[in-house]
Design a protein around this ligand. Sequence first.
Ligand code: NAG
Length: 472
Amino acid sequence: LTGKGERRIQLRLDPLPQTGVAEAAGRQAYHLDARLEAYRLDVGEDAVTITASAVDGLRHGVQTLRQLLGDDRGAAGIPGVRIHDSPRLPWRGSLLDVGRWYQPVDYLYRYVESLAAHKLNRLHLHLTEDQGWRLEIRRYPELTRVGAWRSESPAGHADQARGDGRPHGGFYTQQELRDLVEFARRRGVVVVPEIDLPGHVTAAVAAYPALGNATQPIPVSTRWGIHTSVLNVEPATVAFVDDVLSEVLEVFPSPWIHIGGDECPTTEWESSPRVQAWLAERGLAAGGFGERGEHGASAVQDWYSQHLVAFLTERGRVPIVWDEAATEALPQHVLVMAWRDEQHGLDAAARGHQVIMTPQQRSYFDWYQSQAPDEPLAIGGLTTLADVYDYDVRAGAEDESVRDRIIGSQGQLWGEYLPSPERVDYMAFPRLCALAERAWGAMTGPATERAAADFQHRLAVHRPSGSDSPLG
Ligand code: NAG
């Protein structure tokens, strides 16, 4: 380590002051107590010692040591330092949408390593979409035999109506996902699966038409955008959802399971006599649709949320939903991801939910990162590196209890225009570096000029040597 002699590296599990190990009993509490991720790193004459109250802290200490060693792996020695370090937010995540485009398993492993290197601790895997169902469900083989494949993909932005004529597909076996989950666990990353319900289900309905409301079978979607295909309310469909989730729970030990709930149009429900009758039986018919905004939750969606929440809660898991599903009817213990904007997150926190801030304007890394003419095709608007680095997820939370309920930050990589691992990397970095630093560091409010300049300096190590591109 010094270039002259040898120094021992020792890792010590030893309660650091103020880390409250004893208080954090239970799986979920453990994972939401940022103090347990704290570590101390001492580089002394004879030894390098990392001390932490829990294994996650040791892992972070090792990552910091790796960073101190730099590219030349310590040939020049590392300075004597003592570092006390701990994260600001307990949930520091990254969403990867493998529904729109299948990404190879090898890449998922590499991606997890990148997350761990940035001290991020959640990989939110978005596994099901209108354009593809990506996880094996033993009881419903058609989900992957049919639902994992589409006949073609959109050819490009300008021409949504045109397809590229090339079939695309792929899925992960349960064993592949179990192995990934274990690999991630050993690096301090919890893999949180999302099964998006009751909208975004075109691929599932293509596989099993009886799940939907249409009279004709439909294909796995070959176009992007919001789809009208949603689950129906038949008992067999509810049983299907329970069966799928049961298998999901077997594969993913995560304390949290994401059940989607975004963009669920009511068009089909409104014109379905079966759904009308079902609503009437429950006294819900009047005003059951669309009164909460364009794609806001309806009475049917509320019913689905409540059913799914009860199912998961009875099995000891904590559900997560997108903010459209966070209506008055949603039980308070459900976590909410606020994607439409920060205000939806602040409102949910005010109603008692724990909130992970995922606002599109600040954390959608599928949006353009610059206005350079040679930027590859992307979706949505512009989210620059500075927009990400400037963002404090607790901004606007005046009340202390609201602020404390904002427990996390997460960057989203929606897949429409990310057809390859190279493209995912290109969009993820360096914006994910900025998000990781803000989620960990103590700075509050917008970034100071000095902090932003320091950050730019730290980013330099990510650039291939010789490259002066600001995006590396
Ligand atoms: C939204 C959709 C998502 C899509 C993305 C594109 C959410 C929660 N839903 O329209 O499926 O890929 O934005 O930026 O983000």
